[in-house]
Design a protein around this ligand. Sequence first.
Ligand code: GLP
Length: 263
Amino acid sequence: MRVIIKKDYDECSKWAADFVAYKIKRFHPTAEKSFVLGLPTGSTPLGMYHNLIKQNQAGKVSFENVVTFNMDEYIGLPPEHPQSYHYFMKENFFKHINIQQKNIHIPNGMTRDFEKECQDYETAIKKCGGVNLFIGGIGTDGHIAFNEPGSSLTSRTRIKTLRLDTIKSNARFFDNDMTRVPKTALTVGIGTIMDAEEVMIIATGKNKAEAIKHGIEGSVSHMWPISILQMHQHGIIVCDEEAVSLLQPETVNYFKEIENRTL
Ligand code: GLP
């Protein structure tokens, strides 16, 4: 696992955006062979999206032949609802870049047949040849996408009931009214994320420090879903100084030294 430790949120966002742009450019995507990106919502990736929009508008990276699969969506919020992940993605990323509408995939939380929706989502990912780079954030309890603690580490796209803590934490987007936060969501599984060629998780701020400690220094456990990244051949966690503040100083020094080595 690579652990990239940057000073603050802005540096993490820039590093993550540069990494995504580099991966897309190096792939040389075409209409026949697109680059497949897994994408998150949440406040953490906003800075990365902002940087990528700037690079796209400056002609430095193109999303013309990039296909995207979002991680999750609330059940029961229509795409035009300001807190739906459809709306979030459109407003914060898609409408500003040269992505083709047909290449965007987000689970449909308004479907009548959830099982079919989830199976179709998995099939669509496979049809595109799998995800090249899955990007994610984490919850304070270490959840990835909406895979709450206790989720199967080999889970696939499905419905999840959200934990009370997640509902509380996400209430900030619903005028701090917990009763308005949907109680269920569709989410890609941990197995779905782990199938990607590469996985990059971004975690910033003190409230992510405990999850980062368990994810990097703890054992692999379904109680801290982020810890599964230890089992990925190409896993990267991008953290700021606050998010690594509960790690052993030796752990922090080790990862910093490896990344800074120029030999
Ligand atoms: C939600 C999303 C996750 C996200 C998490 C953290 O629960 N389903 O994908 O990682 O929020 O959000 P934030 O980045 O705002 O801390």
